[in-house]
Design a binder for this molecule. Structure first.
Ligand code: DLL
Length: 433
């Protein structure tokens, strides 16, 4: 099934023609409406009339998360606030969040693109859909909400948390589809089973998951555990939110909405273009956004793109599941965590040395974070009261800064590994289960 069949099945030539026209438009639009882009484009000598083919996108300077932070809060908005009807912000906070804005037209496009991926995954107006992403500045919940309403599904806006009530409603309402992070879906299934609710008592058949990685093995677990068919959906707030790409029922890559986004894969170190099928960093230029257009945004997400049409009939390029990030931002229980946030807390403590490790595990179906840090002086290990006070203080500050629980381990001096080059702070054990 298709939501916008004509668009979703265009020939490659048609897609590229639309992309080229829109690329010229967005370069000119940014040049005229955003001081930041005007300066960058001028410096690079790029004007819309110099864009002759899609490859010319490479002459446009890249935009980074730091650029958005530097222009906080609204510096990259291309419309006056009276035309901005919604703002969202990223969950990652090294201080200020990245703030994005939408015009009415942007919101319409957004719902269309989310509707596309929901229909591609097999959702319809027959579905009762529970949205268990957190409602708020995060784009996940409201993004899926309006897309699902657009296809006529019955939306149950549960938000995240209060899991026992969620599973009760799921059973009582006869919910047929669930929208959440994959890890939360697993947690919900555990809670349901703990409360004696079996899959036979539920009508659940479809899981529209996203916002964090989900390996096929993890997907199998969720499917078995909750009796659903699960699809993976990718997006980010800077580009729109969910709706950038999503899997169809064949699940052989996430279809990128290429009429609205121009994707590139580059070497994250050199920014050189990489070939089809090669893994590199995803860079995206938004082709139609009015409120918050993005020229060559560095997503830092690593993936591979194929332009082969899919057996489902869709012709838009497909990206593989995200392999990781080219920087070291961690997503723990759906929350973006930057190692530098942790470092700032640790390094402002007394008795704490400069060596630390972050160990992330999957325990049951939940991600846990252990922060291991060396003491400067091993004698402290013999003063239990002082040691506990220090541990508790670090734990509390990390909770405030990160918004999640962590385990703090104070280690003897010189027990953590040393490195000759870059230190490897992150030990992510989640893949190993
Ligand atoms: O997570 C948008 C979204 C919401 C997508 C709901 C899908 C469903 P942010 O909070 O800005 O936006 O986080 C964006 O999350 O750069 C990826 O690193 C990661 N991410 C998002 N979707 C996936 C996915 C939303 N399907 C960041 N697989 C991105 C792996 C994902 N990582």
């Amino acid at each position: 099934m298709f939501f916008q069949k004509e668009i979703e099945t265009m020939s490659r030539g048609e897609i590229e023609a639309i992309q080229l026209e829109r690329l010229k438009w967005v370069v000119d639009y940014c040049d005229r409406n955003v001081e930041f882009y005007h300066k960058r484009l001028q410096k690079a000598g790029v004007t819309a009339d110099k864009i002759k083919s899609l490859k010319d996108v490479r002459h446009i300077p890249v935009t980074t998360k730091e650029d958005i932070r530097d222009t906080y809060p609204f510096g990259l908005f291309a419309q006056p606030m009276k035309n901005i009807v919604r703002v969202h912000a990223s969950s990652g906070t090294t201080g200020k969040p990245t703030v994005v804005g939408y015009t009415k037209k942007d919101l319409d496009t957004w719902s269309d693109l989310v509707a596309r991926l929901c229909v591609a995954a097999g959702a319809s107006d027959e579905d009762i859909v529970q949205i268990s992403f957190g409602y708020g500045l995060f784009t996940g919940a409201l993004g899926l909400h309006y897309g699902l309403e657009k296809i006529g599904a019955t939306v149950v806006p549960c938000s995240s948390g209060n899991t026992e009530k969620q599973v009760m409603l799921m059973k009582d309402f006869g919910t047929t589809a669930l929208v959440s992070t994959p890890s939360y879906a697993l947690h919900m299934s555990e809670v349901a089973h703990e409360h004696g609710i079996t899959n036979d008592q539920l009508q659940l058949r479809l899981g529209l998951f996203g916002s964090e990685g989900c390996t096929p093995e993890m997907r199998d677990q969720i499917e078995k555990s909750f009796g659903v068919f699960a699809t993976d959906n990718y997006g980010m707030s800077e580009l729109m939110g969910p709706g950038v790409s999503g899997e169809c029922e064949l699940r052989c890559g996430m279809h990128i909405a290429e009429d609205h986004f121009l994707p590139e894969i580059v070497n994250p170190d050199t920014l050189e273009a990489m070939g089809e099928g090669e893994t590199g960093e995803l860079i995206i230029t938004t082709l139609t956004k009015e409120g918050f257009p993005m020229l060559r945004y560095r997503t830092k997400d690593l993936t591979t793109i194929t332009y082969e049409p899919c057996a489902c009939g869709r012709t838009h390029a497909r990206m593989e599941k995200i392999k990781g990030r080219s920087d070291d931002m961690l997503k723990i229980r759906g929350v973006n965590v930057f190692p530098t946030q942790i470092e700032s807390v640790l390094m402002s403590q007394p008795h704490i040395g400069g060596h630390y490790e972050l160990v992330i595990r999957r325990e049951g179906y939940r991600d846990t974070l252990e922060v291991r840090v060396e003491l400067i002086n091993g004698d402290l290990l013999e003063h239990y009261g002082e040691l506990e006070a220090l541990r508790n203080s670090i734990h509390a500050q990390l909770k405030t800064v990160l918004g999640i629980e962590s385990k703090v381990t104070l280690c003897e001096p010189k027990t953590l590994e040393r490195y000759q080059g870059k230190a490897k702070r992150i030990i992510d054990l989640r893949e190993q289960k």
